[in-house]
Design a binder for this molecule. Structure first.
Ligand code: MN
Ligand code: MN
Length: 454
């Protein structure tokens, strides 16, 4: 009898394959998915703009149920054949991103420049916002309740804004000698709004001219800043990056990579068993607080609303206990310039597919909702069966830092939930980087989850 050849042995070791290898037969789909994604990223930079965009896209697609919360959070639902009371399939992602908000009294004049005071939102590295083109997005609500939309700095013909930085010649003491957090201070993140004086004004000539322009163009007065959501974001479109065009660079990919994937998955899911919900939330970057964040009871309201529309009787908390969910959020990819912050065996790599994160948190898993082994087994089986590139990833070395997602707030309802999304480089910067195969794998994973009847 011939001896069994060594190649007949089952492969016992766990090897991850490049997403480019697994998806080599579907590169046209990878490209067309990412073209839509880049268009979305370029156009949508705030939570309000995301809700509007998804509402329009859902309208075009047809057949989807929408439940909206104050124009800042949205549930996009695809009705399944199985009654709601058997549970639903949720992919929750967030549509807010780190940025600079305007203060209530932002406008002042200093040394012949009109400036705006800002208050940063979420985790930013302040120096990344200096000396670059910035845009103003948002809404001003006048005293009579009428909203005035503001969008300046995105059209190539628009003016843009900027925050100035100190010239290196004079930075020795004010910046170089200090530790990074002291060298760049929040109260110096002031937007340059203009410099031309109103020659007829007595004093504050530059500010007076700006006020007259704002009144002329938007019909607003200075007190209207009090009732406004005005956000400063990096100006300009998302771009392909690399001579091979393999990467996407742009602002807000945390978490628009996942919110776009979740929306597209609900839209495209075929043969739905369970009702699938893309739950697109606000305020994740500041702890999911408030009535539009994941700590609110919006998901219960969504179920009450769907029950009404579908003519079903249910108790939301019982439906949610039986439900399964994915927390769609971006992770940090292994950074070749800072290998010392990662543990290489458990860091996500750019281009190796959607990253499944069993737990988040800091130090001893503090603040994490850890997915159970049973749920990890379900997810691994689903991804393997569906031929989707995937990997696991922890955010950095143990005790190096950490982070959290909305997973724990939905887990409070008793549903199973695990974090899944693409890994990014330069996360939370004005120009985050993703791999095209990772954004596409994320979409494939969410869609397979929504189509699965298990
Ligand atoms: Mn995120
Ligand atoms: Mn984030």
């Amino acid at each position: 009898m011939p001896r069994k050849r060594i190649t007949d042995k089952p492969d016992l070791s766990h090897k991850i394959k490049s997403g480019w290898e697994i998806l080599q037969g579907s590169l046209p789909e990878v490209e067309s998915y990412n073209r839509d994604y880049v268009r979305f990223l370029s156009q949508v930079k705030t939570e309000r703009e995301a809700v509007e965009y998804f509402r329009d896209q859902a309208g075009e697609a047809g057949g989807l149920e929408l439940v909206e919360n104050r124009g800042k959070a949205l549930a996009v639902c695809g009705r399944g054949a199985i009654p709601l009371k058997e549970g639903v399939r949720i992919v929750v992602a967030h549509i807010d991103s780190p940025r600079l908000d305007l203060k209530a009294n932002p406008l002042y004049e200093d040394t012949d420049l009109a400036m705006l005071k800002t208050h940063y939102y979420g985790g930013i590295k302040k120096y990344q916002w200096l000396a670059r083109a910035l845009a103003l997005h948002g809404v001003v609500v006048k005293e009579d309740g009428s909203p005035v939309k503001v969008l300046i700095g995105e059209d190539p013909d628009d003016p843009c804004f900027t925050i100035e930085d100190l010239l290196p010649h004079l930075a020795a003491n004010a910046q170089y000698a200090k530790k990074l957090p002291d060298a760049f201070q929040a109260e110096k993140l002031n937007i340059i709004l203009g410099s031309r004086p109103d020659l007829t004004a007595k004093d504050n000539k530059v500010k007076e001219y700006i006020l007259s322009l704002l009144h002329e163009k938007y019909g607003i007065v200075e007190q209207d800043f009090v009732s406004a959501d005005l956000e400063i974001v990096p100006a300009g479109p998302a771009r392909e990056v690399g001579i091979d065009r393999s990467l996407i660079g742009g602002y807000g990919q945390d978490d628009r990579a996942c919110s776009w994937a979740a929306f597209a998955a609900v839209r495209d899911a075929a043969s739905k068993g369970y009702t699938s919900i893309a739950l697109l939330m606000d305020k994740e970057e500041i702890g999911s607080e408030g009535n539009t964040g994941a700590k609110s009871m919006f998901i219960e309201e969504v179920l009450w609303e769907l029950a009404d529309r579908f003519g079903e009787e249910l108790v939301p908390s019982r439906v949610l206990f039986k439900s399964r969910a994915i927390s769609g959020d971006a992770n940090g990819a292994f950074d070749p310039d800072y290998p010392e912050v990662h543990e290489k065996m458990n860091a996500a790599r750019l281009g190796f597919g959607v990253c499944v994160t069993k737990f988040t948190g800091a130090r001893g898993k503090v603040g994490s909702s850890e997915a159970h082994a049973e749920y990890m087994a379900y997810m691994r089986s689903l991804l393997n069966r569906s031929g989707i590139p995937w990997q696991t990833g922890e955010l950095g070395k143990v005790d190096e830092g950490g982070g959290g997602t909305v997973a724990k707030f939905l887990a409070e309802y008793g549903m199973d939930i695990v974090d899944m999304g693409p890994a990014l480089l330069s996360m939370h910067s004005p120009f985050e980087l993703s791999s095209k195969v990772d954004t596409y794998s994320t979409y494939l994973a969410y869609r397979a989850f929504m189509e699965d009847r298990g």
